[in-house]
Write a protein that binds this ligand. Structure first.
Ligand code: C2E
Ligand code: MG
Ligand code: MG
Length: 664
C-alpha cells in the first residue's frame, strides 16, 4: 500500500472509498488503531514518568522503567504499520500488542492508577468497535478477564475489610457489567459487520458465478464461432471462413497492389470410393487429403474445405502467376503417393482450377466461380490436371447464365414460337408430315435457335415445361389445320432425353392429346439415341405405352450418338431419321454414303421407315431416292416456317392436289 496522510478524517475518508475492498479497509483500520495506540502509549509513558518522579517522588529508575515499556510498545505499534507485511499478519501483531498493553496495564498499574484500567478498557472497546476483528475481540476479552481475576484475587486476599474491598467489589461488578455490555456491543457490531460481510461475500460469490458464466459464454461463443467457420470432419476452415479471408486479402491486395491466387480442387471419382469402400473410408480419405494439402502449403496459405470433396486453397504469398502454376503442379505430384485406407493403398487424383486476383475476378464470388469453371474444364479434359480460367470459359458460363435466366421468363412472356418444317414423300413429292421446331424471340437478342438454348434448358427442369408447351402448341395447331380442311398430316415433336425423367410424361401427353382433340396417329415423337440409352427399361415401357396409344416414334439423328443395334431391336420405333451430318457428306465422303446405304437397308429389313434430314441439293436427293429412302426433310424442299406460312403452303398444296385429281 502506498503511504497515506495519517489524519483521522483522511483515514476515515479513505476507508469509505475502499468499501468492498476488504484488504484496503483492513489496512486503514490498522492505521487507525496504531494512531490511537501510539498517541495513547506515548502520552501514558510521559504521564507515568511525571507522576512517579515528580508527584510520588520515586527514584528515576523506578519512574522511567514503565514509561520506557509504554514508549517501546507505542513505537512497536507505529513500526508494525510501517513495515511491509501482509495485512493479516499486521492485524495479528496489532492485536498481540493490544493484548500485551492491556494485560501489562491491568496488572502492573492497578495500585497506582486503578481507574486507568477503565480508560484502557473503554479505549480498547472503542477500538474494537472500529476494528471489529475476531482476534482483537478475543484479545480484549482476555485482557478484561485477567484484570477481573486480578481484582478478584486481591479482594479475597485482603486481610481486612476496608473501603478498598467495597471499591474492588464495585469495580468487579462494573467489570462484569462491562464484559456483558462489551459482549453485547461486540455481538451487535459483529452481527452488523458479518451481515455486511455476508452480503459482501454473497456478492463476491455471485460475481465469481457471473465470471464463470461469462467464461462459459466466451467459450461457447468461441465454440460456435469454430463450428460456424470450420469443417467438422477435417477441422479445416469452411466456405464462410474462406469468404471472409478472401475479402480481407482482396482489401490488402488493393492497398499493396499485389496479386494472389486461388486453387479450386475437386477429387476425381471420389464418389467411387464412397460407393465401393463406404462413407467411413471416404471420410478417412478426406481427412488424409486435408492433411496432405495443409502440409504442402505455406503457413500464410489457407486450405479450406468447401463441400464434399471440394477444397479451395488461397495462395496469399505469390508474386507471379507462375508460382501458382508451380503450386498446382506440386499438389498434383503430392497425390501420386497412395493414401492408406483400412491398411490398403488407395490411389487418387484431383483436378484443379486456378484463378488469379484481379485478372480472373475482382470479388470473392467471381474468383471462386471462375476457378470452379476452370476446374470443370480440367475434369472434362481428362482429370488429374490443372487449368487456369480463360476468358472464353468465363464468357461461355456467363452466356449460359444469361440464357438460363432468360428462359425462366420466356414462357411467361410468350417469347417462344413453333416453326414447322415439311417432310416430303420421296416417291410422290407430297408433304406427309411436319416437324415442329422451337424458336425463341428474345427481346434483345432477336431470334435464338434451339441449338443455343435447348441443351441449357435440359440442365434444368425448364425443359419439361418447354416440352409440354411445344407438344400442346403443335397438337393444337395440327388439329386446327385439320379442322380447317387442310390435309391431315403427321406432326413430329422432339422429346428431350431429360423429359423421360418426368414421371408425368405419359399423363401429360395423354392429357394434351385429349385436350387438343388430335387423333393419336397424327403425332410422332422424336427421341434421340442418348435418351434410348439411359434407363432403358423405363424408357422402353414409356415408348411401348405411346406405341399402344397409336403414337408414332421416330429415332432422331440416328448413328450420331451410341447407335446400339440392341436398343434398336427392343424399341418400338416406326421411323429412323438419317442425320444431316451424313446427308451432307453425300458425294464427298464414301464413308457417309456407306453409312446411309447401310441405315436404309437395315431399316427396310427391320420394317422401319427412313427419313433423311438436311437434304439441300438435287444430288443428295437423287442419291437418297435411288437408295429408296422413304421421306425427305430439308431445305431442298422446304425450310422450317412459321405457322401462317405453313398454312398458306398447305392450302396451295391442297388445291394443287385437287387440280391434279381433276386432271386425272
Ligand atoms: P432436329 O430435331 O434434328 O431438327 C432438324 C434440324 O435441322 C432443325 O434445326 C432444322 O432447321 C435443321 N434442318 C433441316 N433441314 C435442313 C437443311 O437442309 N439444312 C440445314 N442446314 N439445316 C436443316 P433447328 O430447328 O435449329 O433445331 C435443331 C435441333 O434442336 C433439333 O434437331 C432438335 O434436336 C432441337 N429442337 C428443336 N426444337 C425442339 C423442341 O421443340 N424440343 C426439343 N427437345 N428439341 C428441339
Ligand atoms: Mg428432330
Ligand atoms: Mg435430327
Amino acid at each position: 500500500m502506498k503511504p497515506i496522510k495519517r489524519t483521522i478524517p483522511n483515514v476515515i475518508r479513505l476507508m469509505q472509498d475502499a468499501v468492498g475492498d476488504n484488504d484496503r479497509i483492513g489496512y486503514y483500520e490498522n492505521i487507525m488503531v496504531t494512531m490511537y495506540a501510539t498517541v495513547l502509549l506515548v502520552v501514558a509513558a510521559l504521564m507515568n514518568f511525571l507522576v512517579r518522579y515528580f508527584i510520588l517522588t520515586l527514584n528515576f529508575q523506578d519512574s522511567i522503567i514503565d514509561s520506557l515499556i509504554f514508549f517501546l510498545i507505542g513505537i512497536a505499534f507505529f513500526i508494525v504499520v510501517k513495515i511491509n507485511i501482509k495485512i493479516k499478519l499486521m492485524t495479528l501483531l496489532i492485536s498481540g500488542l493490544s493484548l500485551i498493553t492491556s494485560v501489562y496495564i491491568s496488572i502492573r498499574f492497578y495500585d497506582i492508577i486503578g481507574p486507568a484500567i477503565w480508560t484502557v478498557a473503554f479505549i480498547q472497546i472503542s477500538l474494537a468497535l472500529i476494528r471489529i476483528t475476531k482476534t482483537m475481540l478475543y484479545a480484549l476479552e482476555l485482557a478484561v478477564l485477567i484484570a477481573f481475576v486480578h481484582i478478584f484475587m486481591r479482594t479475597i486476599n485482603s486481610p481486612t475489610f476496608d473501603l478498598d474491598i467495597i471499591y474492588y467489589v464495585v469495580q468487579s461488578v462494573l467489570f462484569i457489567v462491562l464484559c456483558i455490555v462489551f459482549v453485547a456491543v461486540h455481538k451487535i457490531g459483529t452481527d452488523r459487520y458479518y451481515g455486511i460481510e455476508k452480503q459482501y461475500n454473497d456478492v463476491l460469490k455471485k460475481n465469481a458465478e457471473i465470471k464463470i458464466l461469462n467464461n462459459n459464454l466466451v467459450n461457447s461463443e468461441q465454440k460456435v464461432k469454430n463450428l460456424a467457420y470450420h469443417d467438422q470432419l477435417t477441422g479445416l476452415p469452411n466456405r464462410y471462413f474462406l469468404a471472409n479471408k478472401l475479402s480481407n486479402d482482396i482489401f490488402s491486395s488493393i492497398k499493396n497492389q499485389e496479386i494472389f491466387g486461388i486453387l479450386y480442387l475437386d477429387l476425381d471419382d471420389f464418389k467411387m470410393i464412397n460407393d465401393t469402400m463406404g462413407h467411413d473410408s471416404g471420410d478417412q480419405v478426406l481427412i488424409q487429403v486435408s492433411k496432405r494439402l495443409v502440409s504442402a502449403m505455406g503457413k500464410n496459405d489457407t486450405v479450406a474445405r468447401i463441400g464434399g470433396d471440394e477444397f479451395i486453397i488461397l495462395i496469399s504469398d505469390c508474386e507471379e502467376i507462375d508460382n501458382i502454376n508451380n503450386i498446382a503442379e506440386k499438389i498434383l505430384n503430392n497425390f501420386k503417393k497412395p493414401f492408406k485406407i483400412n491398411c490398403q493403398d488407395c490411389f487418387l487424383t484431383t483436378s484443379l482450377g486456378l484463378a488469379v486476383y484481379p485478372a480472373d475476378g475482382e470479388d470473392a464470388e467471381t474468383l471462386i466461380k471462375n476457378a470452379d469453371i476452370a476446374m470443370y474444364k480440367a475434369k472434362n479434359k481428362g482429370k488429374n490436371q490443372y487449368m487456369r480460367c480463360l476468358s472464353e470459359m468465363k464468357k461461355n458460363v456467363d452466356d449460359t447464365m444469361k440464357i438460363t435466366n432468360g428462359l425462366y421468363q420466356a414462357l411467361e412472356r410468350n417469347e417462344f414460337e413453333l416453326y414447322y418444317q415439311p417432310q416430303v414423300c420421296s416417291a410422290t413429292e407430297e408433304i406427309v408430315g411436319l416437324e415442329a421446331l422451337i424458336r425463341w424471340h428474345h427481346p434483345e437478342w432477336g431470334m435464338v435457335l434451339p441449338t443455343t438454348f435447348i441443351h441449357i434448358a435440359e440442365q434444368t427442369s425448364l425443359i419439361c415445361s418447354i416440352g409440354a408447351w411445344v407438344l400442346r402448341t403443335a397438337c393444337t395447331q395440327n388439329k386446327a389445320w385439320q379442322d380447317a380442311g387442310l390435309p391431315k398430316l403427321r406432326i413430329g415433336v422432339n422429346l428431350s432425353p431429360r423429359e423421360f425423367y418426368n414421371d408425368n410424361l405419359v399423363d401429360d401427353v395423354k392429357r394434351i392429346l385429349k385436350k387438343s382433340g388430335l387423333d393419336h396417329q397424327y403425332l410422332e415423337l422424336e427421341i434421340t439415341e442418348s435418351a434410348a440409352m439411359n434407363e432403358q427399361e423405363h424408357m422402353i415401357d414409356i415408348l411401348n405405352t405411346f406405341k399402344a396409344m397409336g403414337i408414332h416414334i421416330a429415332i432422331d439423328d440416328f448413328g450420331t450418338d451410341y447407335a446400339s443395334f440392341n436398343y434398336l431391336k427392343q424399341l418400338p420405333i416406326d421411323r429412323i431419321k438419317i442425320p444431316m451430318t451424313f446427308v451432307q457428306g453425300l458425294h464427298t465422303s464414301i464413308k457417309d454414303e456407306a453409312i446411309i446405304k447401310a441405315i436404309i437397308i437395315m431399316a427396310k429389313n427391320m420394317g422401319l421407315k427412313t427419313i433423311a434430314e438436311g437434304v439441300e441439293t438435287k444430288n443428295q436427293l437423287d442419291f437418297l431416292n435411288q437408295r429408296m429412302c422413304d421421306e425427305i426433310q430439308g431445305f431442298y424442299y422446304y425450310k422450317p416456317m412459321p405457322a401462317n406460312e405453313i398454312e398458306k403452303l398447305l392450302k396451295d398444296f391442297g388445291q394443287a392436289k385437287e387440280i391434279s385429281k381433276e386432271v386425272q
